[in-house]
Design a protein around this ligand. Sequence first.
Ligand code: GUN
Length: 284
Amino acid sequence: MLDGKAVAAKVRAEVAVRAAELSVKLGRRPGLAVVQVGEDPASGVYVRNKRKAAAETGIASFAYDLPATTSEAELLALVGRLNRDERVDGILVQLPLPAGLDATRVMDAIDPAKDVDGFHPVNTGLLAQKRPALRPCTPHGVIRLAAEYGIALRGLKATVVGASNIVGRPMALELLLAGATVTVCHTGTRDVRAEVERAEVLVAAVGRAHFIRGEWIKPGAAVFDVGINHDSSGKLVGDVEYRPAAERAGWITPVPGGLGPMTIAMLLSNAIEAAARRERPPEN
Ligand code: GUN
């Protein structure tokens, strides 16, 4: 089992040390603004966890909770203020946004140097060009988890199921950067099972409970399950049928306790990275 909770605790401890060092250099704590618009209950849980994790790590957490009736102009004005706010090193606007707000326009408005989600096209483009700056948290978490367990990705056949801007696409870019041979499955893919059966590394980011059958898993494969779904009885489950998959896999992440905690840990790491880069701008 790939213990995301344990590795996340290790990453957070490293972040706490760097946060303390940076606080001395900057004369203030590194700052992370987390913005939630509306009251999506799942988002509420994620946002609380992110703010709490930041505070526990020695990062100043700036909370903005806006009503679902917020206009796009008001949200863009807040992003503009946070871009200019010297105390704020990282800005995260939780997705999804309520209907009527264009997430693309909002993400594009965030200063790429403060884009701790790594969703801005500048950061996506830098990752695509093998010059990673602020890297999307869940894909970066997969790479870090593999590294912690000594899973050498170079040369492996990797399949990503899902092609979203948040996970699937940046995941493919991260695996490519790590030297894997990458296949991405999406709604146009004719035979997802065949692509999964070949995979020595599988990343499931579909968003459908148990979409990936245990019997599809290649024996010995490393399986990273990004899914957070509720099954018919309301239990939290991933995109992979865990039990039968675990019998075949060499490595597998549980849900919960896999990429969830890793995503938050990598967000904190990005906040520190953003603060450090503002203090000492990078070469790229
Ligand atoms: N919604 C689901 N995952 C994420 C994430 O990683 N960042 C943001 N901002 N919103 C999300």
